[in-house]
Write a protein that binds this ligand. Structure first.
Ligand code: ADP
Length: 162
C-alpha cells in the first residue's frame, strides 16, 4: 500500500489541481490532499473553506481524502505514513522551486520521495493567483474551477462571474 500526500495552499483549488489529484489517485492507493493551514489574513479563503471546496470536488474519488495541516510537509507525510509527496509542474514556472524544495525535504526526511506530475496542456497556465484576480475583475473563469469554487468566488467578490 503506497500512500501519497498532495500539499498546497489551494486558494482556491482549480481544475489544474483537480487534474493532478485525479491522476495521482490512479497511481497511489491513497492520496491525501493536504491543505496548508496558513494565516487567514494572507489567503482569500479560510482553511476550512479551502478544505470544504476540495472535499466537494473529490467526493466521488474513494481513495482521495482532504485534510488541513500546519508545520512541515514532510512531518505531515510521516504522520500519515505517506511515502510520496505529489506536486504538479507547469512549464516554465515550477521546476526550480520544486527541485530546491525536494532537496531540502530529502535532507529532512530521506524516506519521503517527491513525485511530480506534468500539468495537462489545458491547465498549464492556470494559477490560483490569476484565477482570483480575473474573478475579482468579473472575468469568465467557469472552465478553470469546479462549479462550487466558481460560486464561492462569486460570493466573495459579489461581482459578475459567469
Ligand atoms: P503553492 O502553495 O506551493 O503555491 P498551490 O497551492 O498553488 O501551491 O498548488 C499546489 C500544487 O499544485 C503545486 O505543486 C503546484 O505546482 C500545483 N499546481 C498548481 N496549479 C497547477 C496547474 N494548473 N496544473 C498542475 N499543477 C498545478
Amino acid at each position: 500500500m503506497v500512500s501519497a500526500i498532495y500539499p498546497g495552499s489551494f486558494d482556491p483549488m482549480t481544475n489544474g489541481h483537480l487534474d493532478i489529484v485525479v491522476r495521482a489517485g490512479e497511481l497511489f492507493d491513497r492520496v491525501t490532499v493536504s491543505v496548508y493551514d496558513s494565516d487567514s489574513q494572507k489567503t482569500l479563503f479560510s482553511t476550512q473553506e479551502r478544505v470544504d471546496m476540495f472535499r466537494d470536488a473529490v467526493k466521488d474519488l474513494p481513495n482521495v481524502q482532504v485534510e488541513p495541516f500546519s508545520g512541515l510537509v514532510v512531518d505531515f507525510a510521516q504522520s500519515l505514513g505517506a511515502k510520496v509527496i505529489v506536486r504538479g509542474l507547469r512549464v516554465g514556472y515550477d521546476f526550480e522551486y520544486e527541485f530546491e524544495m525536494a532537496l531540502m525535504n530529502r535532507t529532512l526526511a530521506p524516506d519521503v520521495e517527491l513525485v511530480c506530475l506534468m500539468s495537462s496542456l489545458e491547465y498549464q497556465f492556470v494559477h490560483s493567483t490569476r484565477v482570483r484576480e480575473v474573478a475579482q475583475l468579473g472575468g469568465d473563469i467557469s472552465g478553470l474551477v469546479p462549479p462550487l469554487v466558481l460560486q464561492a468566488l462569486k460570493e466573495k467578490f459579489r461581482t459578475k462571474v459567469t
